[in-house]
Design a protein around this ligand. Structure first.
Ligand SMILES: C[S@@+](CC[C@H](N)C(=O)[O-])C[C@H]1O[C@@H](n2cnc3c(N)ncnc32)[C@H](O)[C@@H]1O
Length: 199
């Protein structure tokens, strides 16, 4: 065992996410990841997508969770972690051609979700891809019993966390100039949402 911070969920979902995002990133040189957590996704995607540069980021207070695994990575297409809180504008780096985030929108307060899209609207270029993985509700309904239980657990842990409504997030994306390209069902009642900035 390597004793690095570990998420079983990441191990379970990383192959399916890679399969979904790889074809979308063929023309992309660099990906900015928001809320990289343990770094398992960053390392796995960098290893399996050697043609692109992966930039992991985290809240400053959680960077110590992320950095150790990144340091173990053997390749040269994974950058060191940068501190990034989506609410603090401007972000400390330019937004590249693609932004990826997994399991973050239901953790951060809704104001932070709004702040993320506001900044994308201000600072990203036309053509930028936004790939978001996680659970979503549709028309105010859970997509499964397990997501309903998960939402109860999230809200009990932090009243500002909650599974977001797809329609509400899509409206934020549209306000930022992004159009939905794909809403893909993923294992364990998750979704992979892909938007692209068109205006
Ligand atoms: C459940 S973890 C997901 C981590 C990883 N992406 C994964 O799939 O395992 C949620 C992450 O969102 C990050 N986060 C919460 N609020 C944030 C904010 N305002 N800006 C950036 N990241 C934030 C947390 O630090 C945490 O690492």
């Amino acid at each position: 065992m390597d004793n690095l911070p570990f998420s079983q969920a990441c191990e379970n979902n990383k192959a399916a996410i890679l399969e979904a995002i790889a074809p979308r990133l063929l023309a992309v040189d660099e990906v900015l990841e928001i809320g990289s957590g343990t770094g398992q996704h960053a390392c796995y995607f960098a290893e399996n997508l050697p043609g692109l540069l992966w930039q992991p980021t985290e809240l400053d207070e959680n960077r110590n969770v992320l950095q150790p695994r990144l340091q173990e990575y053997g390749g040269n297409n994974l950058r060191s972690a940068i501190s990034l809180d989506v609410c603090q504008h401007p972000w400390p780096l330019a937004i590249p051609q693609a932004v990826f985030t997994a399991n973050t929108l239901h953790i951060m307060p809704f104001e932070a979700v709004q702040s993320l899209f506001t900044y994308l609207g201000e600072a990203s270029e036309v053509g930028t891809l936004l790939l978001v993985y996680g659970p979503f509700n549709y028309e105010g309904r859970y997509t499964s019993e397990s997501n309903a239980s998960f939402d109860d657990w999230l809200r009990a842990r932090d009243a500002r966390s909650a599974i977001r409504d797809f329609e509400q997030v899509d409206a934020l994306a549209r306000s930022a100039g992004y159009a939905l390209v794909e809403d893909r069902a993923m294992p364990a009642n998750n979704r992979l949402l892909l938007w692209q900035r068109l205006v």
